[in-house]
Design a protein around this ligand. Structure first.
Ligand code: ADP
Length: 374
């Protein structure tokens, strides 16, 4: 068992800098929780408070049911892996991994066993005699992970551990970490500013902004049902398109009307979404709507089946990526990015028909930026 509970946790740095506000969460045993958000949103501060490296200004922190606000980091049974690997340069890989156990006076045979076991898990058995200078960035990061693993902590805290690696290595290390989490069966709390890392590894994601938790949810739920405009645009690549529209109710169906001048465009919402009371309250008013690039279709069958969702688009620019293309269009002078199957030929300057998959449209209040549809 290794649960972590944050109750109304807050941090104010000297000079009245509020870094984290009223953070509440029950992290269960074996979860892989990711704190994600732009730089300066309070992710590291939260992690450092859990580690005991930063004093907690407000609230209560429990590890396995024990209040640990005043417990020293070394007595919290946690291990932290940082972005800069902080390996001892004069020690071999083996010695680096064994160091924490040695100072805890663990018997030599057990040290050997634990280091070898961790090295095997991380596939670095062949490197144990090397010094850090003779390792690649990815290998160093594995050693840093190994050093944490051998201590068999209750909770792993990882602060941007992959951000010093190149893009290709980051992708492969994501798989290493996900596998490691399964093998160890330990709670992981992981900080990153990279939403792809969050989406691919986390069992639950915490999205933060300016010290406030915006939403806590599993990756798919966060993607499908963002609670506000910030979460909607932060999660998912390419980014969700956002535009202003008027909600129109003709008594039978609900439409979103957008664009400028006489060339306005209307798309029909599906009944289950458009006839919701929460949406109808906005009839005649302006809202923001969001549609992901993948939810704009050029598929002739889809277009034929959904005449109410069809729009006339002017293609501005096409970016061929291989199987798919990023197609940038204007609909009634409003810009949208679409991801289109490259088999469907598209070229700049053309006029085409596209269909908005309005099942997947999100509507937000213009003032509060909170979702109206989810
Ligand atoms: P993140 O990890 O999301 O980038 P941080 O937790 O490092 O964000 O920082 C959150 C906020 O707290 C930022 O505004 C940052 O400038 C401030 N901050 C962080 N550390 C300190 C400190 N030691 N003293 C004062 N302000 C700090």
């Amino acid at each position: 068992m290794s649960s972590v509970t944050l109750k109304g946790i807050g941090k104010t740095y000297p000079g009245n800098v509020v870094a984290v506000r009223d953070f509440n969460m029950d992290i269960e045993d074996k979860e892989f929780v990711i704190l994600v958000g732009p730089s300066g949103c309070g992710k590291s501060t939260t992690l450092r408070m859990i580690a005991g490296l930063e004093e907690i200004t407000e609230g209560e922190l429990y590890i396995d049911g024990r209040l640990v606000n005043e417990v020293a980091p070394k007595d919290r049974d946690i291990a932290m892996v940082f972005q800069n690997y902080a390996l001892y340069p004069h020690m071999t890989v083996f010695e680096n991994m064994a160091f924490g156990l040695k100072i805890r006076k663990t018997p030599r045979a057990e040290i050997n066993e634990r280091v070898l076991e961790a090295a095997k898990m991380l596939e670095i058995e062949g490197l144990l005699k090397r010094k850090p200078a003779a390792l690649s960035g990815g290998q160093r990061q594995r050693v840093a992970l190994g050093r944490a693993i051998v201590r068999k902590p209750k909770v792993f805290l990882l602060d941007e551990p992959l951000s010093n690696l190149d893009a290709k290595l980051r992708t492969s290390m994501r798989a290493v970490l996900a596998k490691l989490h399964m093998q160890l069966g330990t709670t992981f709390i992981y900080v990153t500013h990279d939403q792809t890392e969050a989406m691919t590894m986390g069992t639950r994601i915490v999205v933060m902004k300016d010290g406030d938790v915006q939403q806590i949810a599993p990756p798919q739920e966060l993607f499908d049902k963002p609670c506000n405009l910030f979460v909607a645009t932060f999660m998912g690549t390419p980014q969700m398109n956002i535009a202003e529209a008027t909600v129109i109710d003709d008594g039978k169906l609900t439409y979103l009307e957008f664009g400028s001048g006489e060339k306005k465009t209307r798309v029909a919402l599906p009944e289950w979404k458009g006839r919701k009371r929460e949406v109808l309250e906005y009839a005649g008013k302006n809202v923001l709507f969001g549609i992901r690039p993948n939810d704009i279709s050029a598929d002739p069958d889809f277009i034929a089946q959904h005449p109410g969702r069809v729009v006339e688009a002017d293609i501005e620019f096409v970016e061929l990526l291989g199987a798919e293309s990023n197609v940038f269009v204007k609909v009634s002078e409003v810009e949208f990015a679409c991801v289109i199957d490259s088999k469907i030929r598209m070229s700049s300057g053309e006029k085409v028909k596209l269909a908005f998959d309005t099942e997947a449209i999100h509507i937000f209040d213009k003032e509060t930026e909170r979702t109206v549809t989810n």
